[in-house]
Design a protein around this ligand. Structure first.
Ligand code: HOZ
Length: 446
């Protein structure tokens, strides 16, 4: 990890000069009650310093903190809120569904409807199993790959993050990279030994891993567009090569589309790049803001999952009607003509404005974008993998983050995460964000 990191919670106040007293009081209480004061590490602001904002409410593209400040939001609950905060139709569906009960522990009709819609929208998915988080989805997909092949080893990519299952907390991105703990203590050495980590966008490295371990590799898991070291697209031809190598060696190709699903394209990254994975992991958008995940793929593999087959996986709240209802409305809305295109076009507009500003200020920083996700990397080097991302000046990103917050723009509190656009963002939001970015960049790079 060579990235230059700010000290934990030692930076400027989250909202310098605007008063964040209530957030700070809540954080002080929370730190006594929860590890680091949070329920998920990146939101603690350790990646940028200062004290995190506590959020009171969100509507459309905007958020309000408990001290009453308003922000244009580019986190969107880390991806699920593709229609924006408290979308009226999503909220109405949740309320309507809750009137009839929140969970039955028995099959209910909305599960069938969401499964049909997911299968219709995702080319590689012929059967699907709903779970409760992206972590559950990737963890179960690995088990399935092992069950289908009778092999133990898994290949993942350095800086990719697939949730916090033991096999996948190896050279991980996202919060693990942000905090400088890509290989977590607590992962048994015997489990870690079954994971092979290679650089993303490097065909030769993957070939070498297969030459050395081919007969033992059950599957390769990757984010087809990485979001968890910031946004990193695949090089042209890279995903095709990964598909060919996995096929040649009889290993399953697992696309982790928890972040990219319904976000880089309506039919997910696999449609954008024309790749047919064996298994796909989903989450975030398919729950419309409620906890959900899913894994699916070719029927011949999915029929291994219990009770159709012997690979066991279960969940008390899996397929619960509230999450199904929120997901259904979200996906149906995204399918309406123009909705996805509008969202992608608005992201293009913002990214164009950011690039123009960088040129005007003679800054060589990189903006990577695919569909409705983007990252401004504070490095002169094009970012194609973790080694490139690690050259970022994370201290300067932290200063930029706070300068944006001060101007009412809520970006991701880490250089190694993606920003998310929603269909609720307006032209005025984009203009205000671009204006704020110009001022903030002048302030921190001047
Ligand atoms: N792991 C998420 C980012 N890739 C962050 C989740 C959260 O803090 O809510």
């Amino acid at each position: 990890m060579s990235a230059d990191r700010p000290n934990a919670n030692s930076g400027p106040p989250a909202d310098a000069g605007r008063g964040t007293q209530r957030s700070e009081e809540l954080f002080a209480r929370a730190k006594e009650l929860m590890p680091g004061g949070v329920n998920s590490p990146v939101r603690s602001f350790r990646g940028v310093g200062g004290s995190p904002l506590f959020i009171a409410r969100g509507a459309g593209s905007h958020l309000w903190d408990v001290d009453g400040h308003e922000y244009i939001d580019y986190i969107g609950s880390w991806g699920p809120l593709i229609l924006g905060h408290s979308h009226p139709e999503v909220i109405a569906a949740i309320k309507r569904t809750a009137e009839d009960g929140t969970s039955f522990g028995a099959p209910s009709p909305l599960e069938v409807e969401l499964a049909e819609l997911v299968i219709d929208l995702v080319p590689g998915v012929e059967m699907v199993r709903m779970v409760n988080s992206g972590t559950e989805a990737t963890m179960s997909a690995l088990r399935l790959a092992r069950a289908c092949t009778g092999r133990n080893k898994i290949v993942k990519f350095i800086g990719c993050y697939h949730g916090h299952a033991d096999s996948l907390l190896i050279k991980a991105g996202s919060g693990a990279a942000t905090l400088g703990i890509p290989d977590s203590p607590g992962v048994p050495a015997t489990v870690a030994a079954t994971t092979i980590a290679v650089p993303f966008n490097d065909v030769a490295a993957l070939e070498a891993a297969f030459k050395a371990n081919g007969g033992d590799i059950a599957g390769v898991i990757l984010e087809p567009v990485v979001g968890n070291m910031g946004v990193v697209p695949p090089r042209p031809g890279y995903l095709e090569a990964v598909r060919e190598i996995t096929r040649d060696y009889g290993a399953l190709l697992i696309f982790d589309e928890v972040m990219t699903g319904f976000r880089v394209a309506l039919h997910c990254a696999q449609s954008l790049y024309g790749i047919d994975p064996d298994l796909t992991c989903l989450g975030k958008v398919i729950g419309g803001g409620l906890p959900v995940g899913a894994y699916g793929g070719k029927r011949k593999f999915m029929e291994m999952v219990a009770p159709a087959g012997p690979m066991y996986q279960a969940g008390t709240l899996s397929g619960n009607p509230l999450a199904m209802a929120a997901g259904l409305v979200t996906l149906r809305k995204l399918k309406e003509p123009g909705v996805f295109e509008g969202l992608a076009a608005r992201t293009d507009e913002l990214v164009d404005l950011l690039r123009q500003t960088l040129r005007r200020l003679n800054l060589k920083y990189q903006v990577n974008q695919v569909g409705a996700m983007f990252t401004l990397f504070f490095t002169d080097r094009p970012v194609w993998n973790w080694d490139d991302a690690a050259t970022c000046d994370a201290k300067r990103y932290a200063a930029f983050f706070h300068a944006m917050l001060k101007r009412g723009v809520h970006l991701v509190p880490s250089q190694f995460e993606a920003c998310f656009m929603s269909a609720a963002h307006t032209a005025a939001d984009v203009e205000a964000t671009a204006r704020a970015a110009q001022e903030a960049l002048k302030e921190v790079c001047g």
